[in-house]
Design a protein around this ligand. Structure first.
Ligand code: NAP
Length: 492
């Protein structure tokens, strides 16, 4: 990254909590380090929040709620549009900041800004379309209607893999609906979220409407625990791993908070013998290697019909071997470092387990220690089987295991043989098969001859243990609204 870009990124760095429109240090005075995963160098020391900070954030959000929910939808939309414009104005600096704390190549960071901002623009428009119903009359003298109201204070908790997009996908619909927000980003990547909140304030989001606290992994449990226990928080919206999502759902059940949970995946990618193999390779590369495989919709298991297995694996391995790995500061890098050492260790453990159980390395299969401790080579493994760890857990790294199959039924059965159900993909040119398989796959999202699925206009979310709720689309506001039934009598 050029010195100039890094300097631009640094103009956006704030290191304290943002509560009631003020930058405040954590009540306990503690801080934690945010480091660059490419180099291990310190980027900033930020507030390490405790339950008192979490409580102060809810105090502010609860106090601001009556005023914000009473604003006209078109006025909330105007604030969101200004926020959208400010995010795009700062696209280069924000992308550089994402690269600094998360490690993805700059071009991908720029893409994430546009993608995250698109949700802000989308929900600005949706804010003005929150319709209710006038229910057809059932009795003389009685009028029945249903109106939609903001659910109240929303707690948003987000992961590190898309430091801007994941939090924008939550804050934008919450604000559009008239809710107020308390947010906690991931320990590894709080800076982009803090910058985003600063821009929202500049765009005119009033004091107390949007509050953010940062916390280290150790402090997060207690700080978020405060929100889970607080009955003023009416909704929890979470993106992250399935075990943490289940824990949050259990804990928030005491005060019956509504929950939206965007959780882990274990996406299958099926290549049928009637597929356009070049297109399937292109689609797989796009879906798999974005963010170095650290995405929830990343294909984790690639099923290839036996008759095309050899050809497909040769085409794929050649392309994967060409991928350039390096720091975000090198414009030629296509894959950056993994987020932390735990992530690299998990990938290495999955690959070792696969090799012990009979897999073969077609390309990669090793750490790139010469680049640094967080790098792993883009990898293709042949002869994968269902016994292997990488078939049963999200690898969350640049590893493609290839499984062979014979029949459509066998492929669909294997694809569905997981507790998860977020994204799935298949390639085929047979229209009847496309219809059958799209309906048979147990997933919230199906890519058909397509590897790039995300769009603010589409409903994003999972089934089974990948969670519930949908982000984006015309459905995305529902999670932040409650329906009130009005029954008016004595009209005759
Ligand atoms: P994670 O460990 O579940 O963490 C997510 C967030 O929850 C972070 O802010 C984390 O804070 C916080 N957290 C963790 N344990 C907590 C606890 N006990 N109490 C309160 N907060 C807690 O997930 P991750 O490793 O950051 O993200 C990767 C996962 O997210 C993958 O499984 C991926 O598939 C999933 N994901 C899903 C989607 C989707 O849309 N479905 C999108 C992106 C990612 P710390 O950072 O401090 O631990």
């Amino acid at each position: 990254m050029s010195m100039n870009l890094e300097l631009q990124a640094r103009t956006l760095i704030r290191d304290n909590n943002f509560i009631n429109g003020q930058w405040v240090a954590a009540a306990g005075g503690r801080r934690f380090a945010v480091t660059d995963p490419a180099t291990g160098k310190l980027v900033a020391d930020v507030a390490d929040s405790c339950p008192a900070d979490a409580r102060a954030a809810v105090d502010a959000a609860a106090a601001a709620l009556p005023g914000w929910r009473a604003t006209l939808p078109k006025d909330r939309a105007a604030v969101l549009r200004r926020w959208h414009a400010l995010i795009l104005e700062q696209q280069d600096a924000l992308a550089a900041l994402i690269s600094l704390e998360q490690g993805k190549p700059l071009a991908e960071g720029r893409g994430e800004i546009v993608y995250g901002a698109s949700y802000v623009a989308w929900f600005a428009d949706e804010a003005t379309r929150i319709y209710g119903d006038l229910i057809p009359q059932q009795q003389r003298g009685k009028r029945m209607s249903a109106i939609k109201e903001p659910i109240g204070v929303v707690a948003a908790i987000t992961p590190w893999n898309f430091p801007l997009a994941m939090i924008a996908r939550k804050i934008a619909p919450a604000l559009a609906a008239g809710c107020t927000v308390v947010a906690k980003p991931a320990e590894d990547t709080p800076l982009t979220a803090i910058a985003l909140v600063m821009l929202a304030h500049r765009a005119g989001v009033p004091d107390g409407v949007l509050n953010l606290i940062s916390a280290s992994r150790e402090s997060a449990v207690e700080a978020v625990g405060e929100w889970l226990a607080d009955s003023r928080v009416r909704k929890i919206t979470f993106t992250g791993s399935t075990p943490v999502g289940k824990y949050l759902a259990r804990e928030s059940a005491n005060s019956l908070k509504k929950a939206s949970l965007e959780l882990g995946g274990n996406a299958p990618f099926i290549v049928f013998e009637d597929a356009d193999l070049d297109a399937a390779v292109t689609g797989l590369l796009a879906a798999k290697f974005r963010n170095g495989g650290q995405t929830c919709v990343s294909p984790n298991r690639v099923y290839v019909q036996r008759s095309v297995y050899a050809r497909f694996s040769t085409l794929l391995s050649a392309k994967v071997a060409e991928l350039r790995v390096g720091p975000a500061s090198d414009p030629a890098s296509q894959i950056g470092p993994m987020i932390n050492v735990r992530a690299v260790e998990k990938i290495a453990r999955h690959v070792e387990d696969a090799l012990v159980n009979g897999a073969l390395v077609l390309t990669g299969g090793r750490r790139l220690a010469e680049l640094g401790p967080h790098y792993y080579a883009p990898t293709v493994l042949a002869n994968a089987t269902s016994r292997m760890l990488l078939c049963n857990e999200e690898t969350f790294g640049p590893v493609v295991p290839l499984f062979a199959f014979d029949t459509e039924q066998e492929a669909v059965q294997a694809a569905n043989d997981t507790p998860f159900g977020l994204a799935s993909y298949f390639y085929s040119q047979d229209v009847r098969r496309i219809d059958r398989v799209s309906r048979a796959l147990e997933a919230g999202i199906v890519g058909i001859n397509e590897g790039a699925l995300a769009s603010e206009a589409a409903p994003f979310g999972g089934v089974k243990e990948s969670g519930y709720g949908r982000e984006g689309s015309k459905y995305g506001l529902d999670d932040y609204l409650s329906i009130k039934y009005l029954c008016q009598g004595g009209l005759e």
